[in-house]
Design a binder for this molecule. Structure first.
Ligand SMILES: [Zn+2]
Length: 273
């Protein structure tokens, strides 16, 4: 069983502030929380391996995407580092039998979801695909699903885990905190979270047979509301995009990776507007 892990930091136990997860202007708490983050990923690997996972690829998918402490992971896992990956949080996801999302967070606009956002919150105000409101987990699971890879497991706050399970009922989940709005949480301890994730990951591998790839039916219609009009001005210049409102654009294609690349292009170009 080859396992792909996309890991994020906002859904790690205890996290309740951007200071704790901001690698660029490190607050003293960042060093502590990157260690907790690494330990949750290591616990997921540990549990998965105990249940039969073999090759593991981890995509460090938070912020500048170079947060994991390599020394604290098993010596034989591979890690994708760096944030200019064309497929971003789900780069190189092909040839795997299942996937985990560790430390994930709610979608922009979610209530009671610590640090909720969807990719770049200064650009992406809202994302719908085929009429379905998408979190990062939704759009990322769809790219994995296109490659035939089912999402098996998610960890994060209650809103995130239950949101994923509403869209993908086969996904096993571990809730590490109850979010109280955007900037506070009632969390279990890092050590308790790691133990729960170790057990949850093993359970998710054991239930892998019940999982199925999440997909969108073609034609795939993506609608994005940008945070600002000037961002929509820029994104509407990309061939294939249609302007459907002062801040809203639409992109349709039959191929999910093409739609995903259009999404990545949107938040990259929008950030330059
Ligand atoms: Zn993140």
């Amino acid at each position: 069983m080859k396992l792909y892990i996309s890991s994020d930091m906002e859904g790690v136990a205890g996290v309740s502030s951007w200071d704790q997860v901001d690698a660029r202007t490190p607050h003293p708490e960042y060093a502590t929380y990157r260690r907790y983050y690494t330990q949750e990923v290591a616990a997921a690997i540990d549990g998965a391996r105990a249940a039969g996972a073999t090759d593991v690829l981890v995509n460090d998918a938070h912020g500048p995407m170079r947060n994991l402490l390599f020394d604290d992971l098993p010596g034989d896992v591979r890690v994708l580092f760096g944030n200019r990956k064309p497929f971003s949080m789900v780069q190189d996801a092909h040839g795997y039998d299942g996937a985990f999302f560790v430390g994930y967070h709610g979608a922009i606009g979610d209530r009671d979801a610590v640090l909720c956002h969807t990719y770049t919150p200064s650009v992406i105000y809202d994302l719908h695909v085929n009429g379905i409101r998408c979190s990062e987990a939704t759009i990322n699971a769809a790219l994995l699903g296109h490659a035939g890879i089912p999402l098996l497991y998610v960890t994060g706050d209650r809103t995130t885990v239950e949101g994923v399970q509403r869209q993908m009922p086969w996904v096993h989940g571990t809730i590490v905190k109850e979010s109280i709005g955007v900037f506070s949480a009632n969390s279990i301890s890092p050590r308790a979270a790691q133990a729960a994730i170790r057990a949850g990951a093993a359970e998710a591998i054991a239930r892998a047979r019940d999982a199925r790839p999440f997909t969108f039916e073609a034609p795939i219609e993506m609608q994005i509301t940008l945070a600002k009009v000037e961002q929509a001005d820029y994104v509407a210049l990309i061939p294939g995009f249609e302007r459907i409102g002062s801040r809203a654009v639409r992109f349709v294609d039959n191929d999910l990776p093409t739609v995903f690349r259009a999404f990545v292009a949107t938040f990259r170009l929008g950030a330059l507007a």
